[in-house]
Design a protein around this ligand. Structure first.
Ligand SMILES: [Zn+2]
Length: 99
């Protein structure tokens, strides 16, 4: 099922078809999106750069796609894109309703 690469998968970063890996191993990975957070957080020591990317395990069954957020100090948050989309939609509604 997941032999094909997702449309967002970067051939440069994908490890799904690297020779030597098990038949269905590795990970599809998107190009990273770097978000400059210096205008968002003004507190000293706060996150300056937040890198977002998509990832999905490469295997013979259907798997979820995850959003991976990594801060400059390599703190990582990973959540299913379905949940991330819900959180983003709630934040968008909250911000637009209250601004
Ligand atoms: Zn891939």
């Amino acid at each position: 099922m997941t032999d094909a690469h997702p449309t967002w998968c970067s051939p440069r970063l994908c490890t799904a078809d690297v020779p030597g890996l098990p038949l269905h191993g590795g990970e599809h990975r998107s190009e990273p999106l770097e978000l400059d957070m210096r205008r968002v957080f003004t507190t000293h020591g706060a996150v300056e750069v937040l890198t977002a990317s998509l990832t999905q395990a490469a295997c013979s069954w259907t798997t979820e796609t995850f959003l991976r957020l990594v801060t400059g100090d390599q703190t990582e948050i990973t959540l299913p894109v379905v949940q991330a989309a819900g959180v983003i939609a709630q934040l968008n509604e909250f911000v637009t309703t209250n601004s």
